[in-house]
Design a protein around this ligand. Structure first.
Ligand code: ADP
Ligand code: ASP
Ligand code: MG
Length: 434
């Protein structure tokens, strides 16, 4: 549904367009592949021009060119395994600075007035958790002033500025979160996330070719799917959209698109049928840590996990099994990047907690099935375990939430397990006619 712009009835309004009744405020966000080279940047500019020429107020958010942020991250860590994160942010934020300027140039070239904004120029203020900063405030004044003058603001995603004036980034994939934050700040009617797939699928279409595109998905399901590995939207962007009631749509920057394109993220009560399983995701960013011979007495788990959480390490799946002589073995997962630090922390506490050998394993994948329908239906877990068992795949760790079941298995079975589960939950797309 479109919202009429209040300025439309005013003939003195600086917003000039030929379609006075269609004006909506839209945020268009373009991901790394979409702005991956100059040809693609020209394509993006054309897409923006179409929306702008229809009389919409358009704010644009861009990622860095595909691969650029990875290269910047590598530069930092090649120089120092523990770089100052303020400097890391100064480096990795640079990719978005380039694309915001380039997209503005491409727009001006085709007659669409545009100007670039860096995060600090908006400003988007963050906390000081450099490398993965949280957004504190977004001032929409400058962007709105730009829109009022019929100029398209092209904002560098992924970046902001902390209260001491240092550039900060929002964690990998953070341009999605920037886009939603700007959409909330300027009260946009919609936040369109343009990417290299034409919507959210039942699972990653690059892994399971029979994945089905979803017309809608609930915020809650999208949040779970993103948090367990579906990187099509950054998890924080979905949480923010849910909280700020931003209407998010995911669609392709390479296909022709119209109002019905892509996938809309909706409220659970927006009247669609609740599928038992909405989607399946996988994450290879898992490291399994096992501690042997942990004393089996109250307070030990609290001491272990308390020390890890105190160091800001996020522990995900946990399993405990009986060991020898009144002891247990504990296994849990952390992200690969946090494994080294987690082992250091455990080492520091070894003497006081008295546990045995600590071992780690990387060749694991976490596979998760997600669906709000799980609340009212049983059997989802049983189907998962049976399907994996039939393929001879051993489940190492399990974790569940109200609408999600995750299992940790050997990484070599990633594709086999994903395809088998996708079929087992009846998610496979019908065969297309040749
Ligand atoms: P961008 O650079 O545009 O932000 P990303 O690479 O971050 O794009 O996200 C898009 C990718 O997300 C797709 O290319 C696809 O491989 C992956 N993906 C993972 N799970 C899903 C899913 N359920 N639906 C659609 N895409 C998915
Ligand atoms: N360029 C950043 C990254 O690669 C942010 C983004 O693409 O959303 O993580
Ligand atoms: Mg992304």
């Amino acid at each position: 549904m479109s919202t009429l712009d209040p300025s439309q009835g005013d003939p003195s309004s600086p917003l000039k367009n030929n379609h006075p009744h269609k004006s909506r405020t839209i945020v268009m966000k373009f991901g790394g592949t979409s702005v991956g080279d100059l040809e693609r940047i020209r394509n993006v500019a054309q897409k923006i021009k179409i929306e702008h020429d229809q009389g919409n107020r358009v704010a644009v958010v861009v990622s860095a060119m595909a691969g650029v942020t990875n290269q910047m991250v590598k530069y930092c860590f090649d120089l120092d395994t523990m770089p100052a994160m303020e400097e890391y942010d100064a480096v990795v934020a640079s990719g978005e600075q380039v694309t915001s300027g380039l997209v503005a140039i491409a727009l001006n070239k085709i007659g669409v007035p545009a100007r670039s904004f860096q995060g600090w120029q908006v400003p988007l203020i963050t906390d000081d958790a450099h490398g993965k900063a949280g957004i504190e405030t977004v001032d929409g004044t400058a962007i709105k002033a730009c829109l009022d003058q019929d100029i398209v603001p092209v904002i560098a995603g992924f970046q902001g500025v902390d209260r001491s004036g240092r550039i900060a980034t929002l964690g990998r994939g953070g341009s999605d979160t920037s886009a939603v934050a700007f959409a909330a700040a300027i009260k946009a009617d919609q936040c369109d996330i343009y990417t290299d797939v034409d919507g959210v699928y039942t699972t990653d279409p690059r892994i399971v070719t029979k994945a089905k595109k979803l017309d809608t998905i609930t915020y809650e399901e999208m949040l779970e799917l993103a948090s367990v590995g579906a990187k099509v939207l950054q998890t924080r962007s979905v949480a923010l959209a849910m909280r700020e009631k931003v209407r998010v749509r995911v669609l392709s920057s390479f296909d022709k698109t119209d109002d019905s394109s892509g996938t809309i993220v909706v409220d659970e009560n927006e009247g669609m049928e609740k599928e038992l399983v909405a989607g399946i995701a996988y994450s290879l960013d898992e490291s399994k840590i096992s501690i042997r011979n942990v004393p089996d007495k109250p307070g030990v788990a609290a001491a272990i996990f308390g020390s890890l959480s105190g160091a800001g390490i996020n522990v995900d799946m946990i399993v405990q099994s009986i060991g020898i002589d009144q002891s247990t073995n504990m296994t849990f997962t952390v992200s690969k990047g946090e494994e080294h630090r987690a082992c250091q922390i455990l080492d520091e506490h070894r003497k006081e907690i008295h546990f045995g050998e600590v071992s780690t394993s990387h060749d694991v994948v976490k596979i998760s099935v997600v669906g709000v329908g799980m609340r009212s239906n049983t059997g989802v877990a049983a189907t998962m375990f049976r399907t994996l068992a039939e393929r001879g795949i051993n489940v190492q760790v399990i974790s569940t939430s109200e609408i999600k079941i995750s299992v940790l298995i050997n990484a070599e079975y990633t594709e086999l397990a994903m395809r088998a589960l996708h079929a087992a939950y009846g998610l496979d797309a019908e065969k297309e006619d040749c």
